[in-house]
Write a protein that binds this ligand. Structure first.
Ligand SMILES: *Cc1c(COP(=O)(O)O)cnc(C)c1O
Length: 384
């Protein structure tokens, strides 16, 4: 699909962007170029710019072009994991002595990267409640280089006004970085709301089948995109060709999957809201959620992640996780199968004792695309 045919709808881009039929064979699906190096036609005579697969590989290029198209950015880059993508971005935009504002609710591994790794390299961070823009403004310093946000956040499903936050960050000369893993570009496009960089764990909804670990960055600006691409090659945490192919394959069905994840999750949230053993349901699709109106404005639907607090406390929450059958007890999210977990002891254990610590009675579910009646029945029996 060539540039002059754009713009196309999201689902069309998901299936075709970066993915022309193979010029040699006509193969309709981008092949897995499982290769490390490329024959040169005379020294420096590269075919299509391919020299060595850390620098570029055609399967990865297809994914990177597709990612840029879906997020509406100038440059997409694919990495070995979400954290590898984050690390590469941060070491591109930050240097010792710089400061970054991070949210008070985020993926535990992201917090660990700031708290345990980057601080050793002289990068300072402050924690702010990004749902209150005044809180972010108060955390800004003259050396603030970036503001980081997740919306919906992991695991408390907090909603941040992205257009408002972009204004606050840009007003201070800082970049806005959005981890769009929970929403996916089908539900929310941060660059259109002012974000400078979008981060993904493609392990989650983008891959969508719990069979690959990967990460991605999409940069709004081509200049910054070029700088990050330089670091992608210089640091080397790239996506391998087979992993890139799995993510590309997953993305083709992203739209239909997100529609079903969202409608199933809405029904799960309704069931939990009326259950006597549940003290609180955290889901932006519920009208009583404090971020509901903003989410309705900046998202196409409310996504497949639901968290809830169990009235009986920590042990009761752990028991609910243990009793679930169709909801598989496990970390991660965003696959077609439903998962359940206890963030305090599992995904967010690394945030214990920090401002990002999560409630002990919290359970998080990744609502899959199974028959919704089966999912509701399983949660009912798990709650007892
Ligand atoms: C999983 C996750 C990450 C980290 O990605 P990996 O692929 O596990 O390295 C980052 N952000 C969010 C919101 C996540 O859920």
């Amino acid at each position: 699909m060539t540039e002059h045919q754009l713009p196309h709808g999201f689902e069309t881009l998901a299936i075709h962007a970066g993915q022309e039929a193979d010029p040699q064979t006509g193969a309709v699906v981008t092949p897995i170029y499982q290769v490390s190096t490329y024959k040169q036609d005379g020294v420096g005579g590269l075919r299509g710019g391919y020299e060595y697969s850390r620098s570029a590989n055609p399967t990865r290029t297809a994914l990177e072009e597709c990612l840029a198209a879906l997020e509406g950015g100038a440059r997409g880059l694919a990495f070995a994991s979400g954290l590898a993508a984050e690390d590469t971005l941060l070491r591109t935009i930050l240097k010792p002595g710089d400061h970054i504002v991070i949210p008070n609710d985020a993926y535990g591994g992201t917090f660990r990267l700031f708290a345990k790794v980057l601080t050793r390299w002289g990068v300072e961070f402050s924690v702010a409640n990004t749902q209150a823009l005044g809180d972010v403004r108060a955390a800004l310093r003259p050396n603030t280089r970036a503001v980081w946000v997740e919306t919906p956040s992991n695991p408390l499903l907090g909603i941040t006004d992205l257009a408002g936050l972009a204004e606050v960050a840009h007003g201070a000369g800082a970049l806005l970085v959005v981890d769009n893993t929970f929403a996916s570009p089908y539900l929310q496009q941060p660059i259109s709301l002012g974000a400078d960089a979008v981060v993904h764990s493609t392990t989650k909804y983008m891959g969508g089948h719990s069979d690959v670990v990967g990460g991605a960055l999409v940069l709004a600006d081509a200049g910054l995109g070029e700088e990050v691409a330089y670091h992608q090659n210089a640091m080397g945490a790239v996506s391998g060709p087979f992993d890139a192919w799995l993510v590309l394959r997953g993305i083709k069905t992203l739209g239909v999957r997100m529609d079903r994840h969202s409608s199933n999750a809405e029904k799960v949230a309704e069931l939990l809201s009326s259950h006597p053993k549940v003290s609180q349901v955290l889901y932006p699709g519920l009208p009583e959620h404090p971020g509901h109106d903003i989410a309705a404005k900046q998202m196409k639907a409310f996504g497949g992640m639901v968290s809830f607090r169990v009235a009986g406390g920590e042990e009761a929450a752990v028991e609910v996780c243990n009793r679930a059958q169709l909801f598989t007890l496990g970390e991660s999210l965003g696959g077609v199968e439903s998962l359940i977990e206890h963030p305090g002891r599992m995904t967010h254990a690394s945030a214990a004792g920090s401002p990002l610590e999560v409630p002990a009675d919290l359970v998080r579910v990744s609502v899959g695309i199974e028959s919704v009646d089966d999912l509701l029945a399983d949660l009912k029996q798990a709650l007892g």
